[in-house]
Design a binder for this molecule. Structure first.
Ligand code: FAD
Length: 431
């Protein structure tokens, strides 16, 4: 029997049908489009069975599938090692084209290069698109073509380029939706993928308070940030729509979206910073890396309420407010002298919004080892941070119910830890 000629659209971190660049182009490819998602065993085998991000991905795919049902179509879900899955897809379908959106993480670039060459060996054309960011790879560079390593000039260039072209165009996939293949693939149960539903849920994003973002964003008890981060991570919202909206509503908020792109371009240009200090002259820092101290930090029992509340929020919800992320990260690296890579790995396990570029970039910022980082002698005082940003103790009481019963003594004296950190950094940094 002859197989139907099809185009495959491979969903990855762009889990939406609307304003999706690669999908928009796939739907114009002259062949019916089979939408595909692969649960990649190489990633899944490192995750707990009730990983909250897998639940979120699963629910987002189910939503896409029910939208496709209305068009007499459906999504094809596969599970396995990505290369093996592609080899079997090549047998199963007469694939004419494969479309996907680019992912700029080093692991993803290596995977996509390998898959594109398998496809090429089989005379299948693969096409990849920019969708995850407004400006990618080498679009924002210094005059000599080298990447920016300092945020403010990067942001200025980014804004200059954005304002020059006006609002970025969005991709109207709706008018093309009759081009989906009319297939009814079985949508698997979560258990068939080897996972269980997590009790931790991704919050819907909330843009109602963005008007006061500049004034309120640093106060964790106000709950006034957007909760967009997991949605941007998995592409359940379009960055183009969001940036166009932010440009009209609030420039401070837009600047935060530019931080995200800054770190994505840093990781793209300097992939070694995943597991090396961006500033290699900081390699000589003698971290203490004490395991008991690390456990107290992870469990939120350091005796510093702001640190403990943050870690408990993370452990219970998969989220932590940005101001508190900065406080806990500084505490781990400077007060406890634990290598930022330990903290980065812990956040990577727990955060619903875990994104390699932002996580590594912000951790290295806090440790002082990153590009455009906090200077090494800047050591946050967790008590002063608490007085400034949670003066009534509302955030702290929310996450530490026993707070008023007489709280634990701090595990380390601030003045002592501060001096020790500055001394250790001074000794370790090669001038
Ligand atoms: P909002 O304040 O509403 O910001 C809107 C969006 O802007 C965010 O969703 C995010 O995409 C972007 N943004 C805001 N601040 C930053 C920033 N400092 N760096 C990069 N992008 C930013 N963010 C992640 O998405 N994934 C991570 O793994 C991550 N790890 C972090 C680790 C540390 C140590 C620190 C200090 C920050 C980290 N951040 C990370 C950045 C920031 O804390 C979160 O993006 C933010 O708290 C998410 O909440 P929100 O969507 O309500 O933020």
């Amino acid at each position: 029997m002859t197989k139907q000629k099809v185009t495959l659209f491979w969903f990855r971190r762009d889990l939406r049908l609307e304003d999706n660049t690669g999908l928009f182009h796939a739907l114009q490819s002259d062949f019916p489009v089979v939408p595909l998602f692969i649960f990649d065993n190489d990633i899944l085998e490192h995750l707990p069975k009730n990983d909250a991000r897998v639940t979120f991905i699963y629910d987002s795919l189910e939503k896409i599938n029910s939208e496709l049902h209305k068009l007499d179509s459906s999504i094809l879900i596969k599970k396995g090692k990505t290369k093996d899955v592609w080899k079997s897809l090549i047998e199963e379908f007469d694939i004419q084209y494969v479309f996907f959106n680019k992912d700029y993480e080093p692991f993803a670039i290596a995977r996509d290069t390998a898959i594109s060459s398998i496809l090429k060996e089989n005379n299948i054309k693969s096409l990849s698109f920019k969708d995850h960011v407004i400006f990618e790879e080498k679009e924002i560079t210094k005059a000599d073509g080298s990447p920016y390593t300092v945020y403010t000039p990067y942001k200025n260039k980014w804004l200059e380029k954005y304002k020059l072209s006006g609002p970025v165009s969005e991709y109207d996939t709706v008018k093309l939706q009759s081009n989906f293949a009319k297939h009814s693939f079985k949508f698997p149960q979560l258990s068939e993928i080897g996972f269980e539903r997590s009790s931790i849920k991704v919050q819907p994003h909330n843009l109602t308070q963005i008007g006061n973002y500049k004034e309120t964003r640093d106060f964790p008890a106000l709950d006034s940030t957007s909760y967009l981060s997991p949605h941007l991570r998995f592409g359940t919202v379009s960055i183009r729509k969001l940036v166009n909206w932010a440009d009209r509503k609030n420039q401070t908020f837009l600047s935060e979206l530019i931080w995200r792109e800054f770190f994505i371009q840093i990781l793209f240009s300097f992939p070694k910073c995943v597991n090396h200090n961006f500033k290699s002259n900081y390699d000589g820092i003698q971290w203490r890396n004490n395991e008991e101290d690390f456990k107290r930090w992870c469990s939120g029992t350091t005796g510093y309420p702001m640190v403990d509340a943050g870690m408990r929020q993370l452990n219970e919800t998969g989220y932590m407010h940005n101001r508190v992320r900065m406080v806990v990260a500084s505490f781990l690296c400077k007060h406890l002298l634990i290598n930022w890579q330990w903290g980065e790995a812990y956040f990577a396990q727990k955060l619903l919004d875990f994104e390699l570029a932002s996580n590594v970039g912000n951790w290295q910022w806090a440790a002082g080892t990153g590009c455009d980082a906090a200077p090494y002698f800047r050591v946050f005082n967790p008590e002063i941070q608490q007085q400034k940003f949670d003066s009534k103790g509302e955030y702290i009481r929310k996450w530490i119910p026993e707070f008023d019963l007489g709280y634990n003594e701090p595990m380390i004296d601030h003045a002592f830890a501060r001096d020790r950190a500055i001394e250790t950094y001074k000794k370790g940094i090669v001038k």
